[in-house]
Write a protein that binds this ligand. Structure first.
Ligand SMILES: *Cc1c(COP(=O)(O)O)cnc(C)c1O
Length: 392
């Protein structure tokens, strides 16, 4: 770059290098959920959110192809102008049916769904209470809403209660939480959050991104698993994880969805999803509806893996789901471990600040149904090898 004005950027990047916090992208060449070609070799891979292996399912792929032939690829405009097709309408209806709510609205990503939902529900003069381990899109939604934001310690309902008690003179209050937390795979204390929200007259919004398709007898999410579908009427989730497509959605009462259509800037000022992505999500949803307890096997395997890793002496985080973390502390350690595993043909991403708190760098392991028991054995073996061979 020529301009002096941009010189600071090189220094900033060098600083990230020095701290072991520089981010980079690996190029994947073909392959789906369980295995893929990375840097010229086949690797086993534990980074994908395609939990049910639906992204490459022949029915899903065929549905996307048919939609591309019929509607073309791009949507051509915002949903409020001309981008909202009969497929979009059909998917929203199917999601509402599936979630047992009056209505649903599909955003171009889960990120946009959180930003749009939160900033529609609260604004200046309101207060939002946010678990500090919530997904970045929730943090950003809170900030963009221009409501006052109170972060409560992760999973600490007592801390939330204290804050609600000291609420003061706000117009409206919103409590927002992930249901399955994305790094450690631990679960929100939904029952207690419901009670607190009710007691202190606050709205509750939950994000089921990692729970959809995994928790609950129909895969509706942790809210279904906890039998709180009635008590938690507004739920955000993504089409990009267990449903193997792209997009996010909010399911809830008609009035809430209407408000979002009218207020959510991340919805109004962004192009609607391509019809093939919508058709893929519709087909994935219909596959999901054919399953019962879709996450059962996945959760059993994750429990097995946690036990194996603890036996090897790793510090496994508080996971209760298909996601688990192996906590090592410093970012360099996490990078070294991840590189050591890759040399052994296994990919597990290293998570570092600001994604995790300082001193909590880890490997994150996400299981999906494409992993066979043999693949899990291979992961366990590779981790055992790096533990003794990689200086950590
Ligand atoms: C992945 C994720 C999102 C964002 O969803 P995208 O569809 O990838 O934009 C939102 N919330 C949580 C908890 C997530 O894990």
């Amino acid at each position: 770059m020529d301009g002096r004005a941009f010189d600071w950027i090189r220094e900033e990047l060098e600083e990230l290098d020095r701290l072991g916090l520089r981010r980079f992208r690996r190029v994947r060449k073909r392959g789906q959920a369980g295995e893929f070609l990375l840097e010229g070799r086949e690797v086993l891979h534990f980074g994908s959110n395609d939990y049910l292996g639906l992204a490459g399912h022949p029915r899903v792929v065929a549905a996307a192809c048919r939609a591309a032939c019929e509607f073309g690829w791009g949507a051509g405009g915002s949903p409020l102008v001309c981008g909202y097709t009969s497929l979009h309408e059909q998917l929203e209806q199917a999601l509402a049916d599936f979630q047992g709510t009056e209505a649903a609205i599909v955003f171009s990503s889960g990120y946009a769904a959180n930003v749009g939902a939160i900033s529609s529900l609260v604004g200046p003069g309101d207060v939002v209470y946010c678990d500090e381990a919530n997904h970045a899109s929730i943090w950003d939604g809170c900030r963009l809403s221009r409501a006052d934001v109170r972060f409560f310690r992760h999973g600490d309902v007592e801390h939330l209660k204290d804050q609600l008690e000291k609420r003061g003179r706000y117009r409206r209050a919103l409590v927002v939480t992930d249901t399955v937390f994305s790094i450690d795979g631990d679960l929100a204390r939904l029952g207690e959050l419901v009670d607190l929200a009710e007691k202190y007259d606050a709205m509750l919004l939950v994000d089921e991104a990692h729970a959809l398709g995994v928790f609950g007898s129909h895969g509706r999410g942790l809210v279904e698993h906890a039998e709180l579908l009635q008590a938690v009427p507004v739920r955000v989730a993504t089409l990009s994880k267990a449903l193997g497509s792209l997009g996010g959605f909010v399911a809830g009462p008609k009035a809430v969805i209407e408000l979002i259509v009218n207020k959510a800037r991340s919805y109004i000022f962004s192009t609607a999803l391509p019809p093939p992505a919508i058709a893929a999500a519709l087909e994935a949803l219909s596959l999901l509806r054919e399953m019962s307890f879709p996450g059962k096997e996945l959760l059993l395997r994750a429990a097995w893996l946690r036990e194996e890793l603890r036996r090897q002496g790793w510090q496994v985080g508080p996971s209760q789901s298909q996601i688990l973390s192996v906590v090592v502390g410093e970012p360099e350690k996490a990078l070294r471990l991840s590189a050591g595993l890759l040399e052994r043909g296994v990919f597990c991403p290293a998570m570092r600040p600001p994604t995790v708190a300082k001193g909590r760098s880890c490997l994150r392991i996400s299981l999906n149904l494409s992993h066979t028991p043999e693949m899990l054995e291979q992961l366990v073996l590779a981790l055992d090898q790096v533990r003794t061979q990689v200086p950590v």
